[in-house]
Design a protein around this ligand. Structure first.
Ligand SMILES: [Zn+2]
Ligand SMILES: [Zn+2]
Length: 272
């Protein structure tokens, strides 16, 4: 049997399920690991070589086919010693360097920086909108005392893009003293705030509460209603209790002023 397809299985979304075309052994392949249009495998069960076409026309039924072992193998040169070898080699089989790391360091313009920081910076470039990539890169640079590298890379990027504003929030994070225009001002403001109002805390809270109640009452016309009710109460008390006659006048004044304010507030243009 030369060709075989796979049935639908419970596979994670970013994996492909394939079977060895000879012994039917099942494999799961992570899609992001696939780098060529003919991903090539050696079956661990029967040692046969097989491949499939990628991207696949139907994820639920992937056709695999047997190939000769070197049929699709591409060759590449080691960037250091020029030794010609399989494209899949991550470590040069002649000189032993890690090829990816060698290339990263070779292309890095900044001197003496570790490969993992270069990789983190590449992540930043690949996902510039992703704030987390920036945070991770900057915090790793900080913990390795390599913030000078972070600063250098952001400045270089801003210059190359011709737009400093895209990198300035990150430069401010790296060195606020140097890049944040409000940094000195904020410090001074903070010092002034601490110096002049050391016990200011409870007062604004109290004022805030009173003013919140006040604005609520004003907004819902409660003041006029309370004023009106209090006025009526004073008048009634003044009439019914002989010793409190003088409260009638106060009651009338309160009643009239409440109503007057109410009319004025709700129909201000009628005043003319
Ligand atoms: Zn097999
Ligand atoms: Zn080499």
């Amino acid at each position: 049997m030369d060709k075989i397809t796979t049935e639908k299985l419970n596979t994670p979304a970013d994996y492909l399920t394939i079977r060895c075309p000879q012994c039917l052994k099942l494999y799961m392949v992570q899609e992001e690991q696939i780098r060529t249009v003919y991903p090539e495998f050696t079956c661990t069960g029967c040692q046969c070589h097989f491949a499939f076409e990628y991207p696949v026309p139907n994820r639920d039924s992937i056709l695999t086919f047997q190939i000769a072992p070197t049929q699709f193998e591409f060759k590449k040169k080691c960037p250091k010693c020029d030794f010609l070898q399989s494209e899949k080699n991550e470590i040069c089989s002649a000189c032993g360097i890690v090829i990816e790391n060698f290339l990263l360091l070779k292309n890095e313009t900044y001197p003496r920086v570790s490969v993992d920081l270069i990789k983190l910076w590449n992540d930043v470039l690949q996902e510039f909108e992703n704030g987390y990539a920036h945070e991770l890169f900057i915090s790793q640079c900080r913990s390795k005392q390599k913030l000078d590298y972070a600063e250098f890379k952001y400045k270089e990027l801003g210059k190359r893009a011709g737009d400093e504003s895209m990198v300035s929030p990150w430069l401010e994070k790296i060195n606020p003293e140097k890049y944040d225009p409000n940094y000195a001002k904020n410090i001074v403001d903070e010092q002034i705030a601490h110096a002049t109002t050391p016990t200011a805390e409870p007062v604004p809270k109290f004022i805030y509460r009173v003013s919140a109640i006040y604005s609520y009452l004003v907004k819902h016309n409660w003041f006029y209603l309370i004023g009106t009710l209090a006025g009526i109460l004073l008048i009634v008390m003044g009439i019914s209790t002989p010793g409190m006659r003088n409260q009638i006048g106060l009651g009338i004044a309160l009643l009239l002023s409440s109503m007057g304010f109410y009319v004025f507030r709700n129909n201000p243009q009628q005043k003319k």
